[in-house]
Write a new protein. Sequence first.
Length: 284
Amino acid sequence: MELVIQFQVLNQSCLCLAWKPHTIAAWEAESQHVAAGYSDGTIRVFSISRTEMELKMHPHTAALTAIAYSTDGEMILSGGKDGLVAVSSPRTGMTIRVLADHKGSPITVLQCSRKQYHDFGMEGGELWLATSSDRRVSVWAADWLKDKCELLDWLSFPAPAGPEDLGSLPPSLATFCPWEHGTLVYVGFGTRKEALFYSLRKKQVVDRISLPHFATSLSLSPAARFMAVGFSERLLRLQRCPAGVPQDYAGHDDAVHLCRFAPAGRRLLTASHSAVLVWELLGA
């Protein structure tokens, strides 16, 4: 429980970060890298083992709001406040593709997944999704080594008229469902307070789970059918999907803006303004 390494960038805010996925069973220090997105539109890649910055790229003119590695760690996907998504190579430092489909609305989520993309009749090494604050989600099949990236689905979720400032609304969040291939889960401002399960095969919402408030954070366990949802009401909800009895927990001092299950699914990390809590799931 002590600070081990600290990277400091002067006069810039770090707004998002992602760990490079490791391809071996053992977690070796040499394979540990972190990509961080900053308010000046730059990406910095830090080596944990060498405690130094290895690479700086500038794929955006606006502040970064989301970042993710491809599943093989060979590409970095980044999204900006202006809605542009860039695909860059950490090996060469070059940006190989810029997607403007979400232009005009900040990117809130980027996620890559080794999904059964062949089931959808498309070529690619992985599926990835982008979510923007205007309640739009795009899903893509990609093979970066062959420079292929093809749109698989485009989702737009309706909502009542709200303020022009999307930043004052609950965030739009989407994630691939670990236990239902070809399904993603979405939460955000809408006509109802709920989590929606959308089937990429059926092209429709196949399940809904009611929520007590609009969500501010979301995570699905990779090991069991559990969903964690955080709310601005300082509340954390743990829900067994699809029809389990929800369990609500207090303990945060502010909005729960981050939920993240550990890879083994037995622990859950949540964060609010000035507190980070680690939960252990008994019987999970």
